[in-house]
Design a protein around this ligand. Structure first.
Ligand code: E4P
Length: 234
């Protein structure tokens, strides 16, 4: 299981990269819009710069920002041209009938695609068959409409395993800490997580208790040793 960082915020990304656990990064147009930047291309470049700074060598998904499949194909070419010097670039294309053509075209040219906004088993499987390197299933949004996101992920994983396709499931739209564990249990190869959850994910009250106990007893031992040395010297 791999953890990706679901962000377009360069500072948030850096806090994760310096801790070494991130296996990839996913962005989308909404995250870019919320990232406090004024130039899309410059912003993606600054994300790539920080990935290079940490020698991260991990996938970065950049999503097209149009709903017209012809323009998606054109924009994908632009992204490859502009950011293709980062060898781990993925193009994120939303699932759809005409969008499948764009996915297949990119896949034929070995451009890795992250097929995004998948909400169902059928969508995910068709995307994988079309050649998507990643299929992104949106856990929180699937649950919003009353479906069992766990079943969708589980069935997709079973089909991918049986088919021998090497597409991996990215579970996104994580809303709660528990979603991460449930998505892993359901068979997500990758969970892309908003950075605000990571500190919580590596915290545990029993860890705090254990560390505090170790320190308390160590300090007490140090003081006892010091006291006995002073006594001996006197
Ligand atoms: C994943 O690739 C998406 O960027 C993201 O997880 C979508 O999450 P949301 O449903 O919270 O917008």
């Amino acid at each position: 299981m791999k953890l990706f960082v679901d962000t377009a915020d360069v500072k948030e990304l850096e806090t994760c990269l310096e801790r070494g656990f991130a296996c990839g990064v996913t962005t989308n147009p909404m995250l870019i819009a919320r990232a406090n930047c004024t130039d899309f291309r410059e912003h993606i470049r600054s994300m790539i710069d920080v990935l290079i700074k940490y020698d991260a060598k991990i996938p970065l998904s950049v999503e097209v920002n149009t709903t017209d499949p012809a323009k998606m194909a054109h924009q994908s070419e632009e992204f490859v041209h502009e950011f293709g010097d980062y060898p781990y670039l993925n193009i994120k294309i939303p699932i759809g009938w005409n969008e499948l053509k764009v996915i297949a075209q990119l896949a034929r040219r070995n451009v890795p695609v992250n097929c995004t906004c998948c909400m169902s088993y059928n969508q995910a499987v068709m995307a994988a068959r079309a050649g998507a390197r990643y299929v992104s299933l949106f856990w929180g949004r699937i649950r919003d409409v009353g479906y069992d996101a766990g079943s969708v992920v589980r069935q997709t994983r079973e089909s991918l395993d049986k088919s021998g396709l090497d597409s991996e499931i990215i579970v996104g739209s994580i809303r709660h800490l528990v979603d991460v564990n449930e998505a892993i249990q359901a068979g997500g190869h990758i969970i892309t997580v908003p950075p605000k959850f990571f500190p919580q994910m590596c915290a545990h009250p029993k860890t705090d208790e254990a560390v505090a106990q170790f320190m308390t007893e160590f300090r007490a031992w140090e003081q006892a040793v010091q006291a006995s040395q002073i006594k001996r010297a006197a």
